[in-house]
Design a binder for this molecule. Sequence first.
Ligand code: SAM
Length: 310
Amino acid sequence: MNEEGARYLPVSKAESRLISRLRLDGTQAEALLHAMRTGDAGRQALVLSPRAPESYTPPFPCTGRVEYPWLPRRVYVPTEGAMPTRHEDYARGFYYVLDLSSCWEGAALSALTNPPQRSLDLCAAPGGKSLLLAAQYPLVDHTANEVHAARRGILRQNVEMCALPHTRVTGWRPDQWAESGELFDLLLVDAPCSGQSLLCKGIRNPGCLGDAVVSGNAKRQRGILLQAVRCAAQGAHLLYTTCTYDPEENERVIAYILRRVPGWSAVEIPVLAPFRSSLCDFPAYRLLPHHVIGAGGFCCLLSKTESPES
Ligand SMILES: C[S@@+](CC[C@H](N)C(=O)[O-])C[C@H]1O[C@@H](n2cnc3c(N)ncnc32)[C@H](O)[C@@H]1O
């Protein structure tokens, strides 16, 4: 860490372990520590729902593709001071508000070679990723799945509020989906994780930097992905995303899947090229507070290129 980074000393053992695992330079480390201390890195974005008319634009100033060239279709970034949740169009379900870094992850969907026909969001509540998918591919036959009953209720409300088309809400575990024999050409795994980026949005998350929490989450993520790949049709894509920083829950989870499951590879996401992770030799992308695009996250798009038999 450089002298600037030293402004945030004393750094806890867990923070310094994270900085070293992420191989951050002084400026990047300083931005991360600053964001974790102040909780001010969250940045709002909004995604237009199918309820909004085709020609609709938000009724307050927004920045767009010039500043964020990767911004997905029908996603807007309100300028500072705008209060999108206070506008009546929000209550009418014309848009849904989420962190800009979630939209950054949603940009990965632009790399699909063909519009998906059937999609399954295995970890869907409260529904942000499903809505981002519908904004880009409104014709897809979509299943928004959430295992936790209370969260499934919120998901159902959001699906109705935003009038997501061709969408059913379900509550199966990933292994139940794998056993069902249903196949999809797009799978979304926005995995439960240690949520380290929540600290940068001012949300308390005690223990999220601890080794046991991180490795417990990594184990669960590997488990979910091992079931998710069994739901993939030939030629399918799987988008893996988290809102945490530790490589053990990100690059290392994907490396494990690529090693364990034959016939899958990670594919390039051209619009996210400036964010390519230097922590692995396959294409994966990470966002950190020094990018100033919300609290941060990780995404990797996998493609089923061959059948396991071949
Ligand atoms: C990061 S959140 C998903 C956020 C959502 N995709 C969105 O964009 O609004 C992860 C979700 O995974 C669910 N989850 C927790 N454990 C799970 C498991 N073992 N299998 C599948 N989903 C799980 C949680 O209930 C939570 O709703």
